[in-house]
Design a protein around this ligand. Structure first.
Ligand code: IPM
Ligand code: MG
Length: 401
């Protein structure tokens, strides 16, 4: 009996090792990043998701359609709604992403994705893998880029969360041995660490930022986090003008709420699970997880989403229409920037900042004490269309200095 279980576990582990070695080979081959200037039309897929996802992605799609109206008319951009990424359909097929839905997604160039339900043991759904995690892996969206800004405090953070490895990549493939022993796997590869760390350094260089922070727990998790840290220091040698610091995740979590220290951080690069946790904390400081967007970037595809989940509690309590759409609108701005519409992206970002941090004519509280997501979207759009947008935004920023 015992020997059988051990043998089975060894077999599973062997499969995992072989798969990871194949993945490493594919990463070594590399692939060229898409040049959006050469694509016509750029197909923007929209997956609406579950719970509040359905509602807030419609608001974000509305913002994109509004701002890209001329481009759509000129045939340069095409929107494509993808209906099948719902928990009902995923449960029916017992797949994180059903095959036909994945094909539809792959036929797009970029994807705007609403939050989807992630089943957990004991709930009403089959315990399938998270659609986010699966999409990140299937499309090799290795970089999860999450900016957080609090201009009043001089905070301008950009998190580069590794998105295809760490504790996530095999999160649904751990092994149980009898009733007592559970083992999960955490994977860090030289190539996987290098590509995200290099992206963080390139971002710092392009934005004249001379400080990068790598966050690990390499003093305890010595093998995987140890490698992540070593790769960071190796890459740093190629960027002599940029200083690299290593912070451990526990003290980093504390320092993010230390006003004397936190504005020093600029570009932060970290393995998957630490990135998941730390970016929720950062977003909360910015005004709530509902205010932060997330770009999942690979070489061939890119997917843009909120950093939070589908908020079933809000739906159950009948508050879904009060959900904050800003996370998805911010994700849309990141999408615009990614496909080359930098000026349009800036407009959306400036409008979001004026509405949420400066003018604050309306507030969204997630309850009927604030406005609905639809009303707030129209408020943001009124600023997008306002000819004084840039001058107003600049004067607000100036007033802060
Ligand atoms: C996120 C989310 C996802 C994650 C969940 C929904 C699987 O929390 O994008 O941060 O853990 O990555
Ligand atoms: Mg998260």
């Amino acid at each position: 009996m015992l020997e059988n279980s051990v043998e089975q576990a060894k077999e599973k582990f062997e499969i995992i090792i072989k798969e990871q070695l194949e993945r490493i080979e594919a990463m070594k081959q590399g692939s060229e990043a898409v040049d959006y200037t050469k694509i016509n039309p750029i197909i923007v897929g929209v997956c609406f998701g579950d719970g509040i996802g359905e509602i807030i992605s419609k608001h974000a799609r509305h913002v994109l359609e509004h701002i890209l109206k001329d481009e759509v008319e000129a045939g340069k951009i095409q929107f494509k709604d993808i209906a099948g990424l719902t928990i009902e359909n995923r449960a029916k097929h017992k797949k994180a992403i059903p095959d036909d839905v994945l094909e539809e997604i792959k036929a797009c160039h970029v994807i705007l994705k609403g939050p989807t339900t992630t089943p957990q043991a004991g709930d009403q759904w089959p315990n399938i893998e998270s659609a986010n995690v699966a999409m990140r892996r299937y499309l090799d969206l290795f970089a999860n880029v999450r900016p957080v800004k609090i201009p009043q405090e001089g905070i301008d953070w950009c998190f580069f969360r590794e998105n295809t490895e760490g504790a996530y990549v095999l999160g649904s493939r751990g092994v149980n041995i009898f009733d007592d022993l559970s083992i999960d796997f955490k994977v860090i590869t030289e190539q996987g660490a290098e590509r995200i760390i290099r992206m963080a350094f390139e971002y710092a260089k392009a934005n004249q930022i001379n400080y990068v922070t790598v966050v690990t727990k390499s003093n305890v998790v010595k093998t995987t986090d140890g490698r992540f840290s070593q790769v960071a220091f190796r890459i740093a040698k190629e960027y002599p003008e940029i200083k690299l610091d290593e912070w451990y995740i526990d003290i980093m979590t504390a320092k993010l709420i230390d006003p004397a220290r936190r504005k020093d951080f600029k570009v932060i690069v970290l393995p998957n699970l630490y990135g998941d946790i730390l970016t929720d904390e950062a977003a909360q400081l910015q005004g709530g997880v509902g205010t932060a967007g997330s770009a999942n970037i690979g070489t061939r595809w890119a997917m843009f989403e909120a950093i939070h989940g589908s908020a079933p509690r809000m739906v159950k309590e009948g508050r879904a229409q009060y959900a904050d759409p800003c996370s998805m609108i911010r994700a849309s701005a990141m999408l615009l920037r990614h496909i080359g519409y930098v000026e349009l992206a800036e407009k959306v970002e400036m409008a979001l900042e004026i509405c949420g941090q400066f003018e604050k004519k309306m507030s969204i509280t997630g309850r009927n004490t604030g406005v609905t997501g639809e009303e707030y979207t129209n408020y943001v759009l009124s600023w997008v269309d306002n000819p004084d947008l840039r001058s107003r935004w600049e004067s607000e920023i100036y007033n802060l200095k």
